[in-house]
Design a protein around this ligand. Structure first.
Ligand code: PBG
Length: 337
């Protein structure tokens, strides 16, 4: 008797889904351009924008094009950019010496962007991977079987001071060395940069999804060497409690914002951190997350615009206050129209 089957229900949750206006009223999470930070890759020279093969729509930009892109992002309401240099391999060595060069590419990029778009928040990575021949985020021990934690922190602290001097708003240690947030905070304060903030990559996992980024900055070598993987410093994807330990340490050492990376596969971690601290939480939708949506869209298997939106909505819903994403410009554009 299917046709006269009647349920006596007090609660019918579908009532508020019946029309578009009802659905809009009860919507719990809304994305806006101010939710995004755009990661940008910068190169030396004057060559035209160079598209990264595994990241459609993402380019390595020279300084002039970088400034143009920053102006466009600012106009679209994107509040911040995170700059990543791709260094000439000739400038790399075992110790990442060039990271402490006072005129290194990323510092010139910061000065140029801050001069052209002072209202845009500029963030720089504090890690040695763009500068080392082996591609690790730190310098190696004498035995070359691990990164030298404390010596690396000493270098990163000096690097952060150079970045602060160039005018950066937030330094973002992405290296996962122990004690680096405290080391950087002390160095910044000691040099008079009490107003420069720290966006700590607190729960950064040893993810296979960083592949396209490592191609973009040319640090791929370390990922697969027998010598050493990043597993001795980046977190094991199997671990959840450890993320809280990392985040609370960074907070205690003076971090202003705490990051989870990758984002989409680690929504539980974003939620855990949201509940463990009152600090703002950032999440990084990384290169591999971006690449897989584009790849499936190219095959005609997924709808690019809808998956882009849903992937970011999920990250915000999980508890992220701000999201680093290669979709920043496209999202800001789509949200305006
Ligand atoms: C390294 C760094 C990585 C990313 C940002 N900073 C990768 C790595 O650990 O090798 C990855 C970002 C992405 O995949 O989009 N300091």
């Amino acid at each position: 008797m299917a046709e006269n089957f009647k349920l006596d229900l007090a609660h019918r949750p579908r009532r508020v889904r019946r029309t578009a206006s009802l659905r809009a009223m009860v919507e719990e999470t809304v994305l806006r351009p101010a939710d995004f930070i755009a990661p940008l890759f910068v190169v030396e020279g004057r060559s035209p924008p160079d598209e990264i093969k595994s990241m459609p729509g993402v380019y390595r930009l020279n300084l002039v094009d970088l400034v143009k892109e920053c102006l466009a992002l600012h106009k679209l309401g994107v509040p911040a950019v995170a700059l990543f240099p791709k260094l000439d391999p000739k400038l790399k060595d075992d110790e990442g010496t060039h990271a402490l060069n006072e005129d290194t590419l990323v510092l010139r990029a910061v000065r140029a962007v801050k001069k052209a778009v002072p209202a845009l928040t500029v963030i720089t990575d504090v890690a040695l991977d763009p500068y080392t021949t082996h591609g690790h985020d730190g310098v190696l021990t004498a035995a070359r079987d691990d990164v030298d934690n404390d010596r690396t922190v000493g270098i990163l602290a000096r690097m952060a001071v150079l970045q602060a001097r160039a005018g950066v708003d937030l330094v973002a240690p992405s290296d996962m060395m122990d004690g680096r947030v405290g080391g950087i905070r002390r160095a910044l304060d000691g040099a008079g940069f009490t107003g420069t903030g720290i966006l700590a990559y607190s729960a950064k996992y040893n993810s296979a999804y960083y592949g396209p980024f490592r191609d973009a900055v040319g640090s791929a070598q370390a990922a697969g060497t027998r010598l050493l993987s990043k597993a001795t410093y980046q977190m094991n994807p199997a671990n959840r409690r450890e993320a809280i330990t990392e985040a609370l340490l960074d907070e205690a050492e003076g971090a202003d914002m705490l990051m989870v990376k990758p984002a989409g596969l680690y929504l539980d971690i974003i939620r855990d951190l949201r509940e463990a601290t009152r600090k703002p939480i950032a999440a990084y939708q990384i290169s591999g997350e971006y690449a897989q949506i584009h790849a499936a869209a190219r095959l005609g298997w997924l709808d690019l615009a809808r998956c882009r939106h849903e992937s970011l909505l999920a990250i915000k819903r999980a508890g992220a206050d701000v999201i680093l994403t290669y979709f920043a410009r496209d999202m800001a554009t789509a949200l305006r129209t």
